[in-house]
Structure formats: C-alpha cells, structure tokens
Design a protein around this ligand. Structure first.
Ligand code: AMP
Ligand code: ZN
Length: 112
C-alpha cells in the first residue's frame, strides 16, 4: 500500500464521510470544509494530478465532471456550486492524488 492518504481512504484504511462510491470513483466530505457543503470527488485509480492525466484518463475525467452536479444537487446545492482542481505545488495541491473539490451553500462565494 502506498503512502497516499486518498488511496488509503479508497481502501477503507482511513475513514471518511462517504457520500458516493462506484467501481471507479469515490466522493467524501472534506475534513476541513471551506463552505457549508464541501466534498471531494476522487478516482479510485491513483493519478497524482491533472497534469499526470493523458488520453487514457479521458473517460474517467468526463465521468467525474458529469457526476459533480448530480452529487452537488443531492447535497442540497440547488443554487449552484464551485469546482476546484488544484494542480501541483504551484496550484496549491497538498494531496497528490487527483481530486475535484465541490463546494457551496450559504452565502454566494466571491470570485476572488
Ligand atoms: P488540495 O490542496 O487540493 O490537495 O486539497 C486537499 C484537501 O484534502 C484539503 O481540502 C484537505 O482538507 C482534504 N483532506 C486531507 N485529508 C483528508 C481526509 N483524511 N479526509 C477528508 N479530506 C481530507
Ligand atoms: Zn493515491
């Protein structure tokens, strides 16, 4: 088992507040939410970041993008939500296993 924290969550070694799972993806609530609803959409396959994806990940990435609004709706984000993908240390990425942040709720999130 690698040292990757999200691989450990996928394997059930580290607990998470899961809101979705299928054979390829998992979604769980962020441990340090920055909005009333804040969850992470994560492929079970270990890919370090968006910059490490290639055409072989195309279907997976499309599936993640299409799932995000469905899960956001289920979490009550009927007015909309924000998606964020931090890539690399220069992009503020801290966990080097690809993930989409989805968050919203409460007041409208400012643009900056
Ligand atoms: P990033 O900066 O995009 O790599 O964000 C990593 C995110 O993972 C942060 O928002 C953390 O709060 C979140 N995080 C780290 N460890 C856990 C965990 N065990 N369960 C849920 N979220 C986590
Ligand atoms: Zn991983």
């Amino acid at each position: 088992m690698s040292d990757c924290i999200f691989c450990k969550i996928v394997a059930g070694i580290i607990p998470s507040k899961k809101l979705y799972e299928d054979e390829e993806l998992i979604a769980f609530h962020d441990i340090h939410p920055i909005a009333p609803v804040h969850f992470l959409l994560v492929p079970k396959l270990h890919v370090a970041s968006l910059a490490d994806c290639d055409v072989s990940h195309q279907a997976l990435l499309a599936k993640m993008l299409l799932l995000a609004p469905k899960l956001a709706q289920e979490q009550g984000l009927d007015k909309g939500f924000r998606t964020m993908i931090n890539t690399g240390s220069g992009g503020g990425q801290e966990v080097f296993h690809l993930h989409f942040h989805v968050f919203g709720g409460g007041a409208t999130i400012p643009k900056t």
